[in-house]
Design a protein around this ligand. Sequence first.
Ligand SMILES: NC(=O)c1ccc[n+]([C@@H]2O[C@H](COP(=O)([O-])OP(=O)(O)OC[C@H]3O[C@@H](n4cnc5c(N)ncnc54)[C@H](OP(=O)(O)O)[C@@H]3O)[C@@H](O)[C@H]2O)c1
Length: 345
Amino acid sequence: MISVGIIGGSGYTGKKILEFCNNHPYVDNYSIYGNSTAGQSILTVFPALAGIIDDTKILSVNEISYEHDLYFIALPHGEALKYVPELIANGKKVIDLGGDYRLDFETEYEKWYKIKHSSPELLSKKFYALADYFPASSYEGVDLIANPGCYPTATLLALLPLATEFAKDILSISVSAYSGTSGAGKSPKPEMLMAEMHGNVRAYNVSKHRHQPEIFQALEKQGFGSPFSFTTHLLPVAAGIYATSSVHMKCEVTESEINEIYNNAYKDSAFVRLRNTPPDLNWVVGTNFCDINISAKGKTVIITSAIDNLIKGAAGQAVQNMNKLYNWNEKLGLLNTGVEKCISL
Ligand SMILES: NC(=O)c1ccc[n+]([C@@H]2O[C@H](COP(=O)([O-])OP(=O)(O)OC[C@H]3O[C@@H](n4cnc5c(N)ncnc54)[C@H](OP(=O)(O)O)[C@@H]3O)[C@@H](O)[C@H]2O)c1
């Protein structure tokens, strides 16, 4: 049994962590920390959880206690820097859902996030934990987990098996990815209003999305170094990410050859489902699954992948990472709990 602190538990991803931890057989208690909601009751902030969780007061992020074994951090980028070093120094395990510890180098962090990194020594100690890709042995001795971003999760699960096998045989990769508006969190933004987004689609942060260096960093580690482009779009849905990755190869490949590589890469994965047709977003929203389809013709491979940004792209993967960190069954709290298909935010 462990106890857990959920820092940022009053936000979108924090709420999902709360729901999963509440259902988890090995989490016996948790505290919820918030910012503007500190002092309020959690059921006032999330009335939908009445009858599901016990009511409790949201504590202030300024008064984090060190009583818990593990802390999830679900704060806007830059904020985790204030808490992570102290938590690690106090012997705690930390799973950070934000981007503050995902990149390996402080120069890259400062270039993309426009913030000076105040604990760069932790960048080399963290484990970038793409839960469905790395084996349980990778978690040994880990204190700080950088939970992958939502777009990187959908994109890397789609690309890593191919990039690992054919790193030097890929001419270029181009990814077009689409997200629902909950990807931007719960703070109000005019461009996310229903009146702006209903019936609408738009590309945003073209050539400057912070998830681009995160994806490239992981591909580069497999030996990939060819041109890579990544374009993000907003979809008029609340939740979900859909990524279409177009890979141009130097040589011809067959679909059966590629499918064999993916079947092998994900043979032990509980949450990656290889599909015979491009997935629908509806198949994964409300779940911790990533659905992937591969189509290969001549020298072109098209891979489509779909996830729920708040679950597989954030809270679900974070809980899966907790399970792997403690050497528990990775499905605990995530499957057959009654919350594995929770459509509401
Ligand atoms: N949304 C996604 O799909 C998604 C996916 C993957 C990763 N992430 C990452 O996960 C993190 C949380 O995202 P989210 O979507 O859950 O955000 P959110 O809904 O906006 O929630 C943010 C949380 O942080 C707290 N907070 C806001 N400003 C703060 C400040 N200045 N100091 C301390 N606490 C502050 C909020 O507390 P109050 O509510 O009490 O003010 C709330 O608990 C972000 O780093 C995000 O990039 C998000």
